[in-house]
Design a protein around this ligand. Structure first.
Ligand code: SF4
Length: 374
């Protein structure tokens, strides 16, 4: 049995953030109850006899399902799958969406890692993002999670927010020294069409920091967080030592198989097939009620596409890529002229047969990968 990751997508949120383009909706108790049942059926349908090594409950806001549900869910995973080598069991939450006693129960039922959407320590920025919480609420939830026994906490921070300055972002980063989470994800705000924040930017009501400033913000994160001892192991991710590198996310980057449960969740067989579930809750509930598969689409990945993905994902990580392995195993060849340009521009360094991106080089991984493969 191949080690496999399990992702569970919970599409519920208390309120839509102004920048969010994910599939998430408000819900009532009845919908959440029906959804929980459907999720259990999909779990039975797809996870039996698999070897599950990581579990990640994300969304959305997974803590909107009661901790008791999660207890039953994780117990069923253990019953039907081999979980003897499980390495990591994460639940995402948002400050203000979980109580201290719920955190205790979540820890007791088996989650050993928490990922928290803090986004910013500035209340002005949180207001711009339409978040439901304040900075002090985030700190309170963080402390409650520690009290509940979570000794592996990841926090999400965001830069490139309208109204945020480079100094303001640096102040956010400096809060990390005292808080000392085990893991940090720093994402640039992505402005998606149709979101309220995109409309405010288009109308001139808000203005996003320009590309150069965002680049400096990215590098400021690298400087400050590595100075605090964090390992910048992927373009957006930092760990307080190797043992806190996210196992579940690393599996995505390593092309390990994963099963995604819930509406719009994606799955990958570790070789050449990617598939995804129906997006709407109504369709998902109806498929599961009728005992059908919720899968709605799939794509086959050819060897060239797989090679491109390996290069792209590898150039986003501090482990880089093995050029020799890529050329011999996939048959694609590397454009040596372009490789030399990357080296001259200090975007990569060569170590034996490996190509290792610099912190700045990780930012260019997508474009460089396309040009690097002939
Ligand atoms: S909490 Fe996350 S998923 Fe929910 S609306 Fe906000 S950004 Fe979207």
């Amino acid at each position: 049995m191949k080690p496999t990751g399990l992702y569970i997508h919970i599409p519920f949120c208390i309120k839509k953030c102004s920048y969010c383009s994910f599939y998430s909706v408000k819900s009532d108790d009845r919908t959440r109850f029906d959804f929980g049942k459907a999720l259990m059926s999909e779990l039975e349908q797809r996870v039996r006899n698999k070897c599950i090594v990581t579990i990640y409950a994300g969304g959305g806001t997974p803590t909107l399902l009661p901790p008791e549900f999660w207890g039953e869910f994780l117990a069923l995973v253990t019953d039907i799958a081999d979980t003897s080598d499980i390495e990591e069991c994460t639940i995402e939450t948002n400050p203000g969406a979980v109580t201290e006693s719920e955190l205790f129960t979540l820890r007791q039922v088996g989650f050993n890692r928490m990922s928290m959407g803090v986004q910013s320590f500035s209340d002005t920025a949180l207001l711009t993002l339409g978040r439901i919480h304040t900075s002090s609420a985030a700190l309170k939830t963080f402390k409650s999670a520690r009290k509940a026994g979570f000794d592996n906490i990841s926090i999400d921070l965001m830069y490139g927010i309208p109204g945020q300055s480079l100094d303001g972002w640096s102040e956010d980063l400096k809060r990390i020294e005292d808080l000392a989470p085990e893991h940090i994800s720093c994402y640039e705000l992505s402005v998606e069409k149709g979101t309220p924040i995109s409309e405010s930017i288009s109308s001139g009501e808000l203005s996003k920091p320009d590309e150069q400033t965002c680049r400096k913000m990215y590098l400021a994160a690298d400087n400050i967080l590595t100075e605090y001892g964090y390992l910048h192991y992927e373009v957006s991710n930092y760990a307080r030592g190797k043992s806190f590198i996210s196992r579940h996310n690393s599996a995505y980057w390593d092309r390990t198989p994963y099963i995604g449960l819930g509406p719009s969740a994606h799955s990958f067989n570790g070789k050449n097939t990617r598939s995804w579930n129906v997006a709407s809750i109504e369709d998902y509930l109806s498929q599961m009620k009728n005992g059908n598969s919720p899968e709605t689409g799939r794509e086959e990945i050819d060897i060239e596409q797989a090679a491109l993905e390996t290069v792209m994902l590898g150039l986003r990580c501090n482990t880089g890529i093995d050029l020799w392995k890529i050329e011999t195993e996939t048959g694609v060849s590397i454009n040596r002229d372009y490789l030399n340009t990357m080296i001259e521009n200090n975007r990569v360094i060569v170590s034996g047969t490996r190509l290792i991106p610099t912190a700045e080089g990780m930012l260019y991984a997508d474009g460089d990968s396309i040009n690097l493969i002939e």
